[in-house]
Structures are given as C-alpha cells and as structure tokens.
Design a protein around this ligand. Structure first.
Ligand SMILES: [Zn+2]
Length: 216
C-alpha cells in the first residue's frame, strides 16, 4: 500500500484527495465497496437491527484485501439498542478481528470501563476514534497500548481533546475527519500548533504509527 503524506483513519462520506490515504468507514452495504479504496467495516452500535444477518454480511466481506480494519464498533450508552446487545455485538466483532487479524476501530460513548473490559479479549491493535474526553480516560486507554484518533475537536480551544492532545504519546495518535466537513490537513495543522511541533514531524510519525498498526 502506498502511503500518502496525510492519513485520515476514519471518514464517512466519499470525498477523495490525492494527498490523503483515507480509511472509509462503512456500517452497511459492505458488498458495494470500491476496489481502489481502503475501508473499515463493522456493525455500529447505533445501527444494530438484525444482528445475525448483519454479522454474516460482515463475515462474508471481511477478507477482502482492501478492508483493513473492523469498525467502527463498540458501546454507546446514550444511543442505540440495549447495552447487553451492544456488548454481544461488540464481543463477536472483537473475536472476528482476532480471527482475521485486522485492527479494531472503536466507537465509545459513556461506556469506557465496559469497553476496555471487553477489549481484554482483543489480540489486534485498537484505535479509539473521535477521542474527546479528559486525560484520565485517555490514560486508561493509552496504558493498554491502544491508540487515540483525534478529529475536528482539535480546532476547538475549549474541547477536551484540545487540552489532552499534548499529553498523548506521539506514537499513539491518529487523525480523522469522521463526518465533519473539515479538511484533514487542518486537523494535522492544529495538532502541530497544539504540540508546538513541526507539521512534517507529525506527518511522519502518523505514517510510522500506521505502518505499525497495519503491519505494512
Ligand atoms: Zn464515525
């Protein structure tokens, strides 16, 4: 896989930029993926409906070479079906990730202890996407060796992500646009400003992190 300068680890939508290696995130219609793009696919905790058929769809598609991660998956205490069903759906996806040796991209809202507890079964790299919580939550995740991905919240000086970002080891960071309209390059720039680090150094480090997680 050719590494472009910028990496967007988690994006919904279809925009394309030649300078950006984008991991497009899909939670349904796994059969319609484009061969030239890279994806993460998974059952999103908001959209669990018919778990068995969704899981079968996921299993049938997961071995395509351009599907490089499972997710977003995880727990959301504010939205979606019961936490029991969310947890079972998440657990099955962790086991599937172990089986096919693909990293996990995690959605987690107000359920960090339960999510970390389920993740003890994971034998693959783990990225918490859209991180915007305080330092103690970040530390609980980081000490497991997991990664934090930061998005458009880095552009907001009052956001928790902004305050935490400097304290996160650079070897454990990624950037993402998720569903925002912000350019990933603006998020990298903000990251450089907050850490008082040259943007080039951040670009290179995120590329290294990507190689480590995706084993390329
Ligand atoms: Zn997302």
């Amino acid at each position: 896989m050719l590494l472009q300068p910028y990496i967007d680890i988690h994006k919904h939508g279809t925009e394309h930029d030649n300078d950006v290696l984008t991991i497009y995130s899909k939670y349904d219609t796994f059969q319609t993926l484009l061969p030239e793009k890279q994806y993460s696919i998974g059952i999103h905790p908001w959209y669990i409906q018919d778990f068995e058929s969704q899981f079968n769809d996921l299993k049938e598609s997961i071995n395509q070479p351009n599907i490089i991660a499972i997710g977003e998956c995880g727990l959301d205490a504010l939205r979606g079906v019961s936490l029991e069903l969310q947890a079972e759906t998440f657990r099955m996806q962790i086991l599937l990730a172990n089986e096919c040796n693909k990293p996990l991209i995690i959605h987690c809202v107000r359920a960090f202890p339960q999510t970390l507890s389920l993740l003890k079964q994971a034998k693959v790299p783990v990225i918490f996407h859209g991180f915007n919580k305080k330092l103690s939550v970040a530390e609980d995740i980081l000490k497991q060796g997991y990664y934090l991905s930061f998005g458009a919240d880095l552009l907001k000086e009052h956001a928790a992500a902004y305050a935490v970002f400097s304290a996160v080891p650079v070897k454990q960071i990624f950037f993402e646009t998720d569903d925002s309209m912000v350019d990933i390059k603006e998020i990298y720039k903000a990251g450089g400003r907050i850490r008082k680090t040259a943007e080039d150094a951040i670009i290179l480090q995120v590329q290294e992190n990507f190689k480590t997680v995706f084993n390329i």
